[in-house]
Write a protein that binds this ligand. Structure first.
Ligand code: SF4
Length: 223
């Protein structure tokens, strides 16, 4: 099984429950969901003419739409070649749930890594039992994909991007419609660090006992 990889890098997780945890990010290429405010639009397309060799991908210094195919063993080799020390691996995208992530989890978990997937919840999840699922529900997006009920049940964390009250209302409706685990963590994430969105998220988190996710990496200007 090969994975379309846009980039792999080590940094701190900037969002959600694992904020501040050293992490290796594996960004997969391809997403048809079409969120207008998406900050990784360069991962949407899988054009064949953008496929490059692994060695060329490794030289990337800025975000772009080039990608390479790597197996799970190639990914481990990348970690080792770069001397990464983090043991938390964030599988992100793009939409990583378009891939069967179980072979990758098998290889990484055997080596002591913990996996987290960041997903829109719109594709069937193919993850290991131990994978931490962060579901950021994307509702009414131009791609027309629907959040799948079984993904809501499986989620360890619901991390919802908001800009205005209607986004919170939409989350409420989703939570009424689809059951989630008793111990699920729900957090609100202001879109693009907008002050009004941040104020609304803070007030709602205090009222509901939810958590605030502030995209720490954007405040720190790190990857
Ligand atoms: S699901 Fe994620 S990667 Fe896809 S368009 Fe939305 S924000 Fe971007």
């Amino acid at each position: 099984m090969n994975y379309r990889i846009n980039e792999i890098f080590e940094t701190l997780q900037g969002e959600g429950v694992f904020t501040g945890v050293p992490a290796i990010f594996v960004r997969l290429q391809g997403c048809p969901v079409g969120c207008p405010w998406c900050d990784t639009q360069h991962t949407w397309n899988t054009d064949a003419d953008k496929q490059v060799a692994v060695a060329e991908l490794a030289k990337k210094t800025a975000a772009d739409d080039r990608w390479a195919e790597l197996s799970a063993d190639d990914i481990v080799a990348w970690f080792e070649r770069n001397g990464y020390r983090a043991k938390h691996v964030v599988i992100t995208g793009g939409e990583p749930a378009m891939f069967d992530l179980q072979p990758l989890a098998e290889v990484l978990e055997k080596r002591g890594y913990r996996l987290q997937i960041e997903t829109s919840g719109t594709f069937p999840l193919q993850v290991s039992a131990a994978t931490w699922v962060t579901l950021s529900p994307k509702l009414d997006m131009p791609g027309g994909y629907l959040v799948q009920p079984e993904n809501m049940r499986r989620a360890n964390e619901i991390k919802h991007p908001i800009a205005m009250q209607k986004h919170i209302d939409a989350l409420d409706q989703l939570l009424q419609q689809y059951p989630v685990a008793d111990d699920v963590v729900i957090s609100l994430q202001p879109i693009s660090q907008r002050p009004r969105a941040t104020e609304l998220a803070i007030a709602t988190c205090i009222e509901r006992g939810w958590r605030l996710s502030v995209q720490m990496h954007k405040y720190l200007n790190i990857e």
